[in-house]
Design a protein around this ligand. Sequence first.
Ligand code: F6R
Length: 259
Amino acid sequence: MRQPFEKGRVLVRIEIARDYEALSERAARLIADEIEARERIVLGLATGSTPLGVYRRWIEWVRAEQLSFAGVSTFNLDEYVGLAPDHPQSYWSFMQEKLFRQIDIRPSNVHIPQGNAEDVQAHCAEYERQIRAAGGIDIQILGIGGNGHIGFNEPGAEFGGSTHLVALAESTRRANARFFKKEEDVPTHAVTMGLKSIMNARQILLLASGRGKSEAVARAVYGDVTPDHPASILQLHPNCVFLLDEEAALGVTEGERTR
Ligand code: F6R
């Protein structure tokens, strides 16, 4: 394996698509090709607005019988604490509505952290055990927060963290208020896969769209690797692609960033 600080090592690969639709098409196709090529595959999935274009395409291709999720298992990055799975704003409900209910995945192959577990610590440990038992994550899809968060690993998050309970940054609660009736309704805590859980994925595909993400993306790619900007840890991953639209890519250049 290549050493993280080896000279000439690729830190991240940057691909730029024209716009959100082109970005979604590219990401959906890349992963669909892997699904088709393997009998079984484990995907790490994200919620939020960014992956919706990917999910829409997968649904279309499943309906057209061009793609099947029969051999796919999934692990979602995170869930709000205090919301039961069937709460309309839970990430469980989001994923059912936006993807799972509309594709041929086996419900027992879908994993999402539980926001209302009685013993949160035990649940987090069990989630990690389930990821290991599935053989680890083959491809992890990520979005990125304006503050550099990935999953709900906010600035200051431990690089060595596994699935754990976190307090959400105020900026994150504000950004996510659009999904709730009012900002006060946004939960204050979440369960998230940790940075170590994310880094254990064999391949990472970070998607970002829009000018609002361009600074966070540039800092993740060119900035110091620091917990102050959690996505910067991706520079240490051996197989990480940033797939961006032109606006999110305003601060970066296409190609490989090497050390
Ligand atoms: C979602 C998640 C978050 C989002 C990020 C970007 O499961 O883990 O890190 O990926 O907040 O959200 P959007 O895509 O809505 O801009």
